[in-house]
Write a protein that binds this ligand. Structure first.
Ligand code: PMP
Length: 397
């Protein structure tokens, strides 16, 4: 390491001293509800593979076939020579699924959020954002160089107040964007979208929802939070991910044809970064077909969620304000949350410990994510381990 980079080692030492230095655990083989992680078979409560599609035979077969017919790479960025027939098909399938005019597929949910916000706002515009929005939205806001106003989490009076300020601060002829996650990734609560949309409209603001954790989870056949709330046609920009319930990789924006055509001219991840390889695109198409054909997996996901959360609460755990499969087990103290996660792993359960700065100080937790693939036995085993370790650490009585 050069002398110039010595500061990196110092930064790492600081993290280690605070107990915040982490290296990722390694999943050996398939990403499933029961997986081999760091050499140990565990109940996996850490993936966003909500429907178990990451290893679904139909998706795997679609990917294999696409390699045979299209090869392994897409060759270029979308607007040069990197839009393949498969990309077009995926966008048509997604637009039908989301009931919007058009869709644009990005390389990830992250680039979809960051690239879209940065493309539609300019300096002098205003973005009004929930304080718990995802990092990719925050980065998009910063990249846009618009004025950023953050409202307290899901606080509609706060939203209104920020919109009043925005009305004063926005440049002449400028735009205001209201953006919220549909489901919040650390607490699993659902944004009050009807109120957000109503208030945003009063101020003539653009509305955007990030449905990373709602796609495949909420709404008819997993169409997302706009469908869940019956708001079709009322949210300007819907972002979704293909990396979580859909089981593969990618993100997309669903909305009007004009919006999509504009993003194709201006969104920098589309203009300057290569598009998805065929296997990924084909597997995503198959996933959407599967979700349209049956909602059996979503029903199982919700049954599992209800069972798991009821059992945890019955044992005295605090699962916060979760309304979805994302289940925070709130501990409070950071070292205790990390100890819970570590000891759960020793007992055969993989659930991530999450501490400051990802969540506020004093709100450290273990986050457990239920999937459709977990069996009742997996979940009962996990709850029993939570109870044993929770008692040992004095988290429950
Ligand atoms: N939004 C939210 C709320 C997320 O939790 C995530 C993933 N952590 C993303 C966007 C980014 O999605 P992707 O993993 O597809 O980049």
């Amino acid at each position: 390491m050069s002398e110039a980079l010595r500061f990196l080692a110092e930064e790492l030492e600081k993290l280690k001293a605070q107990g915040l230095f982490r290296l990722p655990r390694v999943v050996q083989g398939r990403q499933r509800a029961r997986a081999v992680i760091d050499g140990r078979e565990v109940v996996n409560l850490s993936s966003n593979n909500y429907l178990g599609l990451a290893t679904h035979p139909r998706l795997q077969e679609a990917a294999r076939r696409a390699v045979e017919s299209h090869g392994v790479g897409s060759g270029a960025v979308r607007t040069i020579a990197g839009t393949q027939d498969l990309h077009q098909t995926l966008e048509e399938v997604l637009a039908r699924f989301k009931r919007t005019e058009a869709v644009l597929v990005y390389q990830s949910g992250f680039t979809a959020n960051a690239g879209t916000v940065a493309a539609i706002l300019a300096p002098g515009d205003v973005v009004v954002s929930d304080e718990l929005n995802h990092a990719s939205i925050i980065d998009g806001c910063r990249l846009s160089r618009a004025t950023i106003k953050v409202y307290p989490h899901a606080d509609m009076e706060g939203l209104r107040q920020k919109l009043e300020e925005a009305r004063r601060d926005v440049r002449e002829g400028g735009r205001t964007l209201v953006v919220t996650d549909g489901v919040f990734s650390m607490d699993g609560d659902i944004a009050p979208l009807p109120d957000v949309v109503r208030i945003a409209r009063e101020f003539g603001a653009i509305t955007m929802v990030d449905d990373a954790h709602a796609s495949g989870v909420l709404g008819d056949h997993g169409r997302g939070s706009v469908d869940h709330w019956g708001l079709h046609g009322q949210v300007d920009i819907q972002v979704g991910t293909l990396s979580k319930a859909v089981g593969v990789l990618g993100g997309y924006v669903a909305g009007s044809r004009t919006l999509i055509e504009y993003l194709l001219q201006r969104a920098r991840p589309i203009l300057f970064s290569t598009s998805h390889p065929p296997a990924v695109t084909a597997a995503c198409i198959e996933a959407i077909h599967l979700m349209e054909e049956s909602d059996e997996l979503i029903r199982r996901l919700w049954e599992n969620t209800r069972l798991f959360q009821a059992e945890l609460r019955a044992r005295g755990f605090d699962t916060g304000r979760s309304q979805t499969p994302i289940t925070p087990v709130i501990v409070g103290e950071e070292t205790k949350a990390m100890a819970l996660s570590d000891q759960l792993f020793q007992e055969g359960v993989f659930a991530q410990g999450i501490a400051y700065p990802t969540v506020p100080r004093g709100k450290a937790r273990v986050r457990a994510i239920v999937t459709a693939e977990h069996s009742q036995a997996d979940l009962e085993e996990a709850v029993a381990a939570f109870a044993r370790v929770g008692k040992r650490l004095g988290i429950i009585g």
